[in-house]
Design a protein around this ligand. Structure first.
Ligand SMILES: [Zn+2]
Length: 153
């Protein structure tokens, strides 16, 4: 028996419309032709506009000052991204944000590490004469000047 639970599906078109607003055409048109019914329709003194991105129909008042006589034709309309290309755009942006966060976090961690390494005091084991192991293995420092044998001459 198949599960009755509906799987939650993320609609990237709705995210695009939430972030950028609906992609409507013909909101500034004075008249509507019958050919424009796929995008704009008259509806009881209002106009129904179809969003090119999410397919929602929105009721808007007729424009008070129309800037064009008719809605743009199909050739004039630039369609927004939908479906898989829109999903890919958001996924690529999320990947870019994730990598930018990684770069910042790793850069801060590296700077902190360098800061701690530069300000910390040397270890007690590395200072001569501080431990019996160091004293046993310590050798005299190499001198570039004259040796004691040279000074006697
Ligand atoms: Zn929309």
């Amino acid at each position: 028996m198949p599960s009755r639970r509906r799987r939650l599906k993320l609609h990237y078109e709705l995210i695009g419309c939430a972030l950028h607003g609906h992609a409507l055409v013909g909101t500034d048109a004075a008249q509507i032709r019958p050919d424009d019914s796929a995008l704009v329709r008259n509806w009881g003194g209002m106009r129904l506009h179809r969003c090119l991105r999410c397919d929602a129909w929105l009721a808007l008042p007729e424009p008070r000052t129309a800037t064009r006589p008719f809605p743009p034709t199909r050739a004039e309309i630039e369609l927004p991204l939908r479906g898989r290309p829109l999903r890919d755009r958001y996924v690529l942006r999320l990947i870019a944000i994730d990598r930018a966060v990684h770069v910042v976090v790793l850069a801060v961690a590296a700077l902190l590490l360098l800061l701690v390494a530069s300000t910390s005091r040397p270890c007690a084991m590395t200072s001569p004469g501080s431990s019996p192991i160091w004293r046993a293995t310590a050798r005299p420092a190499i001198s570039t000047g004259c040796s004691a044998r040279c000074r006697r001459r």
